[in-house]
Ligand binder design. Structure first.
Ligand code: ADP
Ligand code: MG
Length: 696
């Protein structure tokens, strides 16, 4: 039978398990699987054989080069291409690829952000193959997913701490499961990242320096229509966009990326793609590849893909929901089973998540902090900057019952009373979807909704994994200290106490309301509104101790990451300020001057004819005042940005950008936006929100 289109395309450009089985000698394949599945060290002979098979496969697919594909602290991916070409010495060539080239690369680390690690150590950096992420072909290049580390082993990338946090969590979760009598081979995280994005016409993009330089509009009057008609969400997809989405799906399927759902989002021009979940690090690699493909393929359709968190004021920005769970040999640990004991295990893991989020809410908030995401969080379109957990109608009564039980112990009978055995069926039907909670239980997984659209999801998942690993260990210690008691009773007590002690983090109401902000403050939950407020958590001694304890980040690595993030914030705001000044001086002021000048000529001519034009005079006056204000504020913005830029301490610098630069940017924008509403359309130098958001 002929294969259907998708089956035929699936994984065509991915070196899959089936390819390896077909191309590697049996003993080599078996050894490689031990490396992949059990973390066994890789032997160079095996690496040579694997490299050879990969190269032969890649050459058959038309590849000419290979690259170590890695994720520096910029968050995006980096690559440097080397061809397989090797001269034989007699004028002819050979296409070669060695095990050493597969396993390790040496890019110069000095041009990537390192947060200062580079100053104290050698500039050299190493990329090291992550055999758990399959290699793939992109544009005739064999891409090898790698970790990026310094000469002395410090992580210089996003992937390394993620892999370390997965190891920590797996180790601790296995200890917990052993107490429940289970001995899975692997415990992995599962992640399903839902990616939001905008698609606009290339010609509009090209006409706006703010979009080109900053990825978002820094000016723009409110469009005549926004998202109030609620017609875009799930609406019919524009034909051009549909063509784009079809090509994207094809390309992703070829790479073995399980793209599943695509639809229009709430804002005009906004869309979403959700893949089927995969193991944590593969899901993140695939999300980065998806983002890259989106940008590239949009250009085939005369479109530009915007992945900024807030490209346009007045309509929703874009996030990336991080659906997270844990699986033991493929079995979801956040899926309650049919037996009460399974449900106790489920409730135990659930309690870990509650405690982890409550104790490390600051780190979680830090993990999603960026200049772009500051526009979304707390703006009534995305979760507030306060972290809380939503449990839903089915679970909340169970948790409440556990907390409020008078007696300290729960008997077997009580476990039944709690309705715990009924959980699976109730949860399966639980369609309650609270869209305003930052961390929501959605039936059999958690959905962390704070991450921004352009973020690398490693950061938040490092925090979740490490914080949950800590709770697992705490549980094991608690049980060990009570080894003379019945395990199920002890576990039940632990769960009850954990829920009781962390009640404050559970909130099922409307997270967008002002009442919740006030209530959260009463509960003592932090409300870290801006990136400079949030970043400090990364260098808080308790948090450093946590990350060090589980071997995820060392103290110097935490400090380096703090500096890199703080610098990134300052640089981004500085570029935005520069771009605003450029646009006002070179575009808006000349346009306003021309329009008001022409009006003045017209008023003068009319006056000669004895015609008095009150409206035109008023417009001239308003515009002249607007030009003065724009000019004045541009000068102020330049001075403020210069002052902030002159500071060398990143913490001090960020505070200045937040407190002294951003407010002037807002003032300047409001003056220019008002001018846009009265200036002649033909004179306005850039496409308006109406033009950009409502194209046909
Ligand atoms: P929505 O959040 O829009 O209602 P779904 O609940 O169907 O959509 O799923 C959203 C995402 O969650 C998808 O990417 C899906 O693959 C992922 N997902 C489903 N189950 C799990 C799981 N056990 N672990 C991680 N992600 C999951
Ligand atoms: Mg979702």
């Amino acid at each position: 039978m002929a294969k259907d289109k998708v089956t035929a395309e699936w994984g065509e450009l991915l070196f899959t398990d089936a390819d390896m089985q077909e191309r590697l000698p049996k003993p080599t394949y078996t050894e490689l699987m031990q490396v992949i599945r059990d973390g066994k060290p890789l032997d160079l002979d095996i690496a040579n054989e694997v490299a050879h098979a990969m190269k032969e496969w890649a050459l058959e697919k038309g590849a000419t080069h290979f690259t170590h594909w890695f994720q520096p602290l910029t968050g995006i991916t980096s690559e440097k291409h080397d061809s397989f070409l090797t001269p034989k010495g007699d004028g002819s060539i050979l296409m070669a690829f060695s095990g050493k080239e597969l396993v390790q690369g040496e890019p110069d680390a000095s041009s990537f952000p390192s947060g200062g690690l580079r100053a104290t150590f050698e500039a050299r950096g190493y990329t090291v193959w992550d055999p758990m992420s399959p290699v793939f072909i992109k544009d005739e290049v064999l891409c090898i997913p790698t970790a990026f580390i310094s000469y002395t082993g410090e992580a210089l990338d996003k992937k390394t701490p993620l892999l370390r946090s997965q190891v920590a969590l797996e180790t601790q979760a296995k200890r917990v499961l052993a107490l429940f009598g289970r001995e899975p081979h692997r415990v992995t995280t599962t992640i399903g990242p839902e990616q939001e994005y905008f698609l606009i016409r290339e010609k509009d993009y090209q006409a706006r320096p703010d979009l080109i330089l900053c990825g978002r509009t820094l000016f723009g009057a409110e469009p005549s229509k926004g998202q109030e008609l609620e017609e875009h969400y799930f609406g019919a997809i524009r034909p051009t966009v549909n063509e784009f989405m079809k090509e994207l799906d094809d390309e992703l399927w070829k790479l073995g990326i399980p793209a599943k759902t695509k639809h229009n989002e709430v804002a005009p021009c906004q869309h979403e793609l959700a893949p089927i979940f995969e193991d944590g690090s593969t899901a993140i690699d695939d999300n980065l590849l998806t983002m890259e493909k989106m940008k590239l393929l949009a250009s085939h359709h005369g479109l530009v893909c915007l992945q900024h968190e807030k490209p346009f004021e007045y309509v929703n920005g874009s996030g990336k929901h991080d659906n997270w769970s844990l699986a033991a040999d493929g079995k979801n640990l956040l899926e309650p089973g049919p037996h009460p004991e399974d449900n106790l295990q489920f409730l135990t893991f659930l309690s870990f998540l509650i405690a982890a989020v409550d104790e490390h809410a600051d780190l979680l908030r830090m993990s999603v902090a960026s200049a772009g995401n500051d526009h979304r969080l707390g703006a009534n379109e995305a979760p507030p900057a306060v972290v809380s957990v939503f449990l839903g109608d089915a679970l909340t009564p169970v948790v409440e019952a556990l907390i409020h039980k008078e007696r300290a112990e729960a008997s077997e009978a009580e476990r039944m009373d709690l309705g715990v055995p009924q959980l699976p069926s109730v949860l399966r039907d639980n369609t309650d979807r609270n869209r305003t909670s930052p961390f929501a239980f959605t039936g059999n997984k958690f959905e962390f909704r704070m991450p921004g659209a352009q973020q690398n999801l490693s950061d938040p998942n490092v925090v979740i994994n490490t914080a949950v690993a800590e709770q697992c260990e705490r549980f094991c210690d608690y049980v060990a200290a009570r080894s003379d008691e019945d395990f199920l009773t002890v576990a039940m007590r632990f769960v009850r106490h954990t829920f009781r002690d962390h009640q404050r983090i559970i909130f099922d109401g409307n997270g967008y309301s002002d009442e919740w902000e006030a209530e959260a403050e009463r509960r003592g939950l932090a409300n870290l509104r801006t990136t400079p407020d949030a970043l400090g958590a990364l260098v808080d001694p308790d948090n450093i101790a946590l990350l060090e304890r589980y071997g995820v980040l060392t103290e110097p690595e935490c400090h380096a990451r703090y500096v890199a993030k703080a610098e990134q914030y300052a640089k981004l705001i500085n570029i935005e300020a520069n771009t605003m000044c450029h646009m006002t001086r070179h575009m808006y002021i000349p346009a306003l001057s021309e329009y008001s000048g022409n009006l003045a000529t017209s008023v003068a001519t009319k006056a000669e004819l004895g015609i008095v034009s009150a409206a035109e005079k008023e417009i001239i006056q308003r515009i002249t005042h607007g030009i003065d204000e724009t000019y004045r504020l541009t000068g102020e913005l330049e001075a403020a940005a210069k002052n902030a830029g002159s500071k060398t301490n990143p913490t001090e610098q960020d505070a200045l950008y937040r407190d002294e630069v951003i407010p002037v940017m807002a003032e300047l924008r409001s003056v220019v936006d008002e001018m846009e509403t009265i200036c002649g359309g033909d004179y306005w130098p850039v496409p308006s929100y109406n033009d950009i958001l409502f194209y046909v």
